[in-house]
Design a protein around this ligand. Sequence first.
Ligand SMILES: [Cu+2]
Length: 720
Amino acid sequence: MILRYPVALTLLLLSAAACSTPAMAEDLEEDLFHFFDEFKHECVRNCSADPGPRECRYRIRLEWFMTMSKACFDCPRNLTDCFRPHCITGDGVERALLSVNRQLSGPGIHVCEGDTVIAEVHNFMEMGEGTSVHWHGMHQVGTQHMDGVSMVTQCPINAHSSFTYRFAASPAGTHYWHSHSGLQRSEGIFGPLVVRQAADPHAGLYDTDQPEHTLLLSDWFHELGATKFAAHHYSNGDNKPKGLIINGRGAFAPSSAGGPQTPRYVLRVRSGLRHRVRVISNAILNCPFVLSVANHSLLVIATDGAPVVPIEVDSLIIYAGERFDFVLTADRPPGNYLLMVAGLADCDSRFTMARQSAIVSYAGIDETPLQGAGNPAYSDMLGRPGGRQLNPFNRAPDANHIDVTSLRTPAGWPPADHLTVDGPVDAKFYLAFDFEVVNNSRYHHPAYYPISAVRKSDGHLYTPQINNVALHMPPAPLLYQFDDVLQSHICNNTDFDPSLETEFKACHHALRLGVNKTVELVLIDKGFTFDASHPFHLHGHFFRVIGMEKLGKNVSVAEVKRRDSAGLLRRNLDRPVMKDTVIVPDGGYTVLRFRTDNPGVWLLHCHLEFHVEIGMGLLLLVGDAASWSAGVPANFPRCGSWKGPGPDRRWQQRELRLAETHRLHMTALGLAAAGAVLLAALLSVFLTRRFGLRSNPVQNIETVSEAVSYGSLKAPQLTF
Ligand SMILES: [Cu+2]
């Protein structure tokens, strides 16, 4: 039958192919660019009316892209073009970036507490780099392998690969997500993550809580983060951000080009309503943001996802990784008002005066005339003079400058208080930092260009560390490949000979903590080198901020310890604020307490990208390795047989020798080994004399010494 009608059959097949081929191509195309709409996703809903839980799926596509690309057509001369699909304006200055779904910021994820977030991350980055995504603020109880820290909780997602994160949205509050691999956060991989709850203790304080009222603030370079990093660490390039963006938008000010500027973000409000506004800082460099709204006050009701007793201020300062929620009441004459953000520290009037604004536009008012105008002068964007300010930068608090230790957790919150910290402290650690003058061998070759030989103006680099140790990332995720990491490379400062204080030291810097203990951390910013403050972020936990004080321009660890023993460190145990990111005043301290109720490997680190990248962090090993890996699926991607270069070979060899000496002296096994070595030596001498065999132990020692010295031209072996 078929053979009798070959022509008809061929025509039928051809027509089927003609119909199906283009359709398949279309499907594929649609699939690749089928990005979700952050404001219209099915999981965006009223969590009181429909608490769920639901499964919420997202696709996150990471790729290199450009601001002001061809997708922007005639933007900014034609403002409408600035809102075309794939048009990323940034602050109007052209630069390469890493885009998420061809957007900047990446799309927001808005869910209800208890929903399951299922996020597919597709790595389309053309430079072949691996990646991972951290869900900043999520505690990942029982899902530590979803914390998204490359080489700590997972292997990086390889080029041309994808990985699906799946975790419970908890705790509620304003959070965000960002790459936790290398410098990718500085290149554009970040977006909001908001978890609303059915029973918000502050529900009576606002009328609306819209996803569009989430503001993600970031400092923004006019070049690649990697270029800036290399220029600063290997030469005399600066580390000062040029501009700021709010939700990926802004007008660069001052504009050198003149002419129309790219549009700023518009926050639409309705007269008479109280709007909950959620603010996130993605600061990359040392750029605390002071935020205020012209002619309006801010009623702050939460920070880092935890509610606080409401406090009314004129401005607030938000540090890298922090979040604040405030109520903005639209009670002024209808019009356009600027929400102003100005950078302090490395962004201040001494450097770049980095600043940005969004337009708070009352319903029925056209904001377009304001769009072309650019930003006001820097000095006009620092909040109302004499006004009340929350979370001050590097100054002692007073009636008008309220630090976070003055914030209180509402009575009865959280409902099941697992965060009691007024009982006995099981373990206390002093973690001190500064920009240390050490030959960081990664940036100052000890023989060719040691720090002592390089002028400050030529790129002399101070190294931010914790307790004089730099965190060197492990070559495999400690969470479930603990045994694949050389155990002698896991250390903290007590493992080093105190005489090595001024030497550069690096290892997989870690503190080992028991489960369900109350731990107190006294973070000390010695502040001798610069007046810089560091925002510290803890993964997997809330902590309570029970103390904070600026003692002077600088302070020694010995002085803080002396004050502590004399009972002079201020501690408040009356409903202290719950946070996961906090500033430490320069020349002062911040005291935190938390319960180790979430076993796993958790990073505690400075949230300034250039600082953590070169080692300002440490790993909290809560519980034991066997219990961590038990919670990780058997088929979870592993790092295979990759070998890391290990930390600096010089100290490593020295420390290994010290450790060896220590073992030989201190343990019975060591004594036995020493005996065996002695016997072997005697036997060797006997054999040499008896049979004339050659043995030259002195030469062997010199060979080892040469191999580990940077002064030698022989490259050290970098495998272990
Ligand atoms: Cu830092």
